[in-house]
Design a protein around this ligand. Sequence first.
Ligand code: ZN
Ligand code: ZN
Length: 274
Amino acid sequence: MKKLCVLALWLIAIVFLVPATAHADTISQAFSHNLSSNEPAQSWEHKIDLPDNLNQQGFSFFRRAVTLTGKLVVEREELTSTYYYIKVRLPKAFFGSKGNVSIQLEAAKELPPCNPVPPPTELSIPTNSNPLNPDFSWKGNGKYSAITLYDVTANNTVWERIIPGVDKYSMTEGRLDIDHHFKWAVRQSDECARYSPETQAGFRLELRMMMCQPCFGRGWIMCTSCNGTGHILVQGPNGQQSYRICSWCNGSGRRICTYCNGSGRVQTPVLIVE
Ligand SMILES: [Zn+2]
Ligand SMILES: [Zn+2]
């Protein structure tokens, strides 16, 4: 009987005391998106509000965790004390694409301290990256990075991503314009989504005459019909063999390179760091 009483007291304590002392709450939401075959890329915006009952009790949002699956990417986000905003995107894909974003938001009454993240450093573009879709890399200890690519010449933002947990990323969508100047900026945040000031870097794209890669600058490639020999072995009606001149290359064994039209040089996009 005594044991039962103790148990009952414990139950009462759990039922009445725990809600009274709770000072943190978690709100989870997930969104799924898909694109059918060859459908154009699309972005979606989601806003999650702090529930009224929590707002009235003096709670505010202070932490978020974002998990992505499939091809879904994040373009933008904002965490305030009363809402979380996120913009996600699915790129166009030949066989269609889909993805899922799971968001966990923590609301609390007495906010634990959240130190701002220092701005990232060492922004660089590897020299072997494709100038029209560059690779970007940076250093920093933030858990999330926000990267924005801005076309200074056209005066618009051409690409933006929020990337969890990496310090390099390739521009996987769209193409940059030749003869334009660009600025790219990276900010970093922790789980509180408090972003550092941005660190900027710039570059421009231009066309330069470069050696033609397919023909190694020679202007010609080997004739594949005769393997560069200039003649082809033919079989007569009685089984006798003879050589005739290769009609594809007129016996030269070479064909003009169609990439450079025989000049050995082509205009190639080049990225110049500014
Ligand atoms: Zn030939
Ligand atoms: Zn060539």
